[in-house]
Design a protein around this ligand. Structure first.
Ligand SMILES: [Fe+2]
Ligand SMILES: [Fe+2]
Length: 262
């Protein structure tokens, strides 16, 4: 089974770039399952039912999120009801949405877990015991488990890779919007990368228009940010999962989005 996981898609330009790239990605990587981090899909921050539907319409099977998930209040009901969308599991109990789900792909049941780091991030509980209890619960009812670990620092993400090595198919880092060069299958059989990166405008600053981000740094004054649409790139990984639910390989996909006609 091949899983295509797409890093944080930023705003409308990121979604348009992904839509344009999807046919080529499908042709070259033949994914059985397409996962996308959508925490920045609505206006650069947050997710809405409309942006989620846009992902489903372009062929994504499930959506993970992160710290910006609650930006748009109108999405809360939808986060509760749509089984294909998850938010970090170690958020406050009672917060909208759920931390894991199960989807079908290539005749197999795949568990998807979303977790948040706690270093320089807000999360109600440690992601480490949270991961244990979720894996314990999901391993009997699934054939493979994919984890999106949304975190700021490399140390915590690498530690999570080791923590889950041999128990899940992949621990894929998100949130920093910058892809790291450490993709590999750990000795126990878990595919790992500190950060998948961002699907959005490379000529901005993490998705924001660069002149606005620069003005903020130069003046130290509040600046209203908007989403950059200059030089759209796809940052993703392809994980090949064996029949035993562990990983055979992980391959980075870092490429410009095709020119868009509309
Ligand atoms: Fe993000
Ligand atoms: Fe984030």
């Amino acid at each position: 089974m091949r899983v295509l996981f797409i890093g944080d898609v930023v705003g409308k330009p990121g979604r348009a770039g992904l839509r344009a790239a999807m046919p080529g990605l499908r042709e070259r990587h033949s994914p059985d399952l397409v996962l996308v981090n959508g925490e920045n899909s609505a206006g650069g921050l947050g997710i809405t039912q409309k942006t989620a539907d846009d992902f489903f319409d372009m062929g994504c099977d499930a959506i993970t999120t992160g710290n910006h998930v609650y930006r748009h209040r109108e999405a809360y009901d939808f986060l509760d009801t749509d089984e294909r969308v998850v938010r970090p599991a170690n958020y406050t109990k009672g917060s909208p949405g759920k931390g894991s789900t199960v989807v079908e792909a290539a005749g197999r049941r795949v568990g998807i877990i979303n977790l948040s780091g706690q270093v320089q991030m807000r999360a109600a509980r440690s992601p480490f015991p949270e991961a244990d209890s979720l894996v314990d619960r999901l391993e009997d009812e699934t054939d493979a488990i994919i984890v999106d670990f949304h975190g700021e620092v490399t140390s915590e993400k690498i530690a999570m890779g080791w923590h889950l090595d041999g128990r899940v198919a992949a621990v894929l880092g998100t949130h920093t919007h910058v892809p790291t060069a450490d993709a590999r299958v750990l000795p126990g059989g878990t595919a790992f990368i500190c950060d998948v990166g961002m699907t959005g405008a490379r000529n901005g600053v993490l998705g924001v228009r660069r002149e606005q981000a620069l003005e903020g740094f130069r003046t130290q004054m509040p600046v209203k940010f908007s989403t950059s649409d200059e030089d759209l790139w796809i940052n993703a990984v392809v994980v090949t999962v064996r029949d035993d639910g562990l990983a055979e390989s992980i391959e980075q996909v870092l490429e410009p989005a095709p020119e868009q006609t509309a």
